[in-house]
Design a protein around this ligand. Structure first.
Ligand SMILES: Nc1ncnc2c1ncn2[C@@H]1O[C@H](COP(=O)(O)OP(=O)(O)OP(=O)(O)O)[C@@H](O)[C@H]1O
Ligand SMILES: [Mg+2]
Length: 386
């Protein structure tokens, strides 16, 4: 059975006793326990830090619209199962709960129905983790030279995979200019540095407290804010953290920053494939060639390298074949140039939408990387876009 984690806010004594009696007999762990449902912001803060799989909330004395409560919980945790508990089976409240998006509504006696709901969720989660496409696959995003778009692509690919119900980890290992937190609007106070400083107690509960969420389905580890953190990270510590984290996700995406740093090289040993993001600018192509050569020389298999041509103009002066000859690896995908769209999104404090042209192309890249859809039989030239 999948080992669910549970967060609960139960004020009513009878409901609390019955829920605890039920949970004591099950192999699930309560990681957030709260008794004052009125003190919602404290509960939400703790949920956001611990991110349980299931949230049990006592709505017996909740007087506000339930939609607001559900939205706040989902905002804090992502997509947990929400079980509303109530002292009575009032038809209007049951209907209002279901309309608000609460997964289950339970009332005393709780023991049997609560056990069944949790076991059902646990079985679903086990099935999901054994049938997922990625099953722990990881991609490292490298910018050939500064500003080629590695961070932009890593963040938006993560968002798209999350949207497709994949469980994604997005980790910022760009210790010079990590922008993952900014783009994804993550409020995290923790970073990879906290993980490496606590390797001795790195377990799933500690990890869940460390990651934060800014995008549904995506857990994020932002870059350390403190300058000089690079010196504090040892290669083997970073590999240890990556090795620990990736089996817990369908996909792990890592922003490795620009060029090929020592830390990026070390991390790549733990990462299945490298997405090298370049543009057509001559210095970027020059750097790409160097990086590809260094990786191949160090034994990194050619099949593990995915070359992504970002900010591609509508008309290429050079054919994809010539580029491949020049760089030694084929172009995996091209993403068009669309600065105004990105500028507008960031100015409004959001990420690209899937309806925008650039958003659509990056979504196609995510689908291709995730092997989530058969490639269509479009002409070769256009198939490369996305
Ligand atoms: N396809 C695109 N079209 C237009 N602008 C883009 C595109 N991709 C990225 N950009 C813009 O290019 C700039 C650099 O992008 P980003 O920060 O993702 O690059 P990077 O490779 O991570 O850079 P760094 O080396 O600083 O980490 C940003 O202003 C971003 O909005
Ligand atoms: Mg970057």
């Amino acid at each position: 059975m999948y080992p669910l984690t549970i967060g609960l806010a139960i004020e009513n004594r009878e409901l609390l006793d019955q829920a605890q009696a039920c949970l004591q007999g099950l192999p699930f762990r309560v990681i957030v326990e709260h008794q004052d449902v009125g003190d919602l912001s404290n509960f939400l803060d703790r949920l956001e830090r611990m991110r349980p799989d299931v949230v049990l909330v006592d709505i017996s004395s909740w007087r506000e619209p339930l939609e607001g409560l559900v939205a706040s919980i989902r905002n804090a945790v992502g997509d947990p199962m929400i079980i509303a508990l109530h002292i009575a089976a009032d038809a209007d409240t049951i209907l209002a709960s279901l309309r608000a998006g609460i997964n289950e509504f339970l009332y005393p006696p709780l023991q049997e129905p609560l056990r069944k709901s949790l076991e059902k969720r646990s079985i679903e989660r086990s099935r999901r983790s054994s049938s997922t496409k990625g099953a722990g696959k990881s991609y490292g995003f490298l910018s050939a030279k500064g500003g080629c778009g590695a961070t932009t692509l890593a963040c938006h690919v993560a968002a798209e995979l999350g949207r497709q119900n994949q469980k994604v980890l997005l980790m910022d290992l760009d210790l010079d200019a990590g922008l993952v937190g900014f783009i994804t609007k993550t409020k995290s106070v923790y970073s990879i540095l906290d993980a490496v400083n606590n390797l001795h107690r790195l377990d799933i509960h500690y990890w869940k407290a460390l990651v934060s969420n800014g995008i549904p389905g995506v857990e994020i580890v932002a870059s350390p804010l403190a300058l000089g953190s690079k010196q504090q990270l040892k290669d083997e510590q970073v590999r240890h953290v990556l090795g620990f984290a990736r089996p817990n996700y369908d996909w792990t995406l890592v922003d490795l920053g620009r060029s090929l740093s020592r830390l990026a090289m070390a991390a790549l040993e733990e990462i299945d494939e490298a997405c090298l993001v370049t543009t057509l600018e001559v210095p970027a192509l020059h750097q790409s060639k160097q990086i590809i050569q260094t990786l191949l020389d160090s034994g990194y298999g050619k099949h593990r390298l995915k070359l992504i041509l970002n900010r591609a103009p509508k008309r290429l002066d050079i054919t994809p074949g010539d580029l491949e000859k020049m760089l030694g690896v084929p172009i995996y995908c091209m993403v068009p140039n669309d600065y105004p769209e990105l500028y507008e999104a960031y100015a409004e404090g959001r990420m690209l939408t899937r309806n925008s042209e650039l958003g659509k192309h990056i979504a196609k890249l995510a689908v291709k990387l995730g092997g989530l859809e058969e490639e269509s039989g479009k002409s070769k030239r256009f198939a490369l876009f996305g």
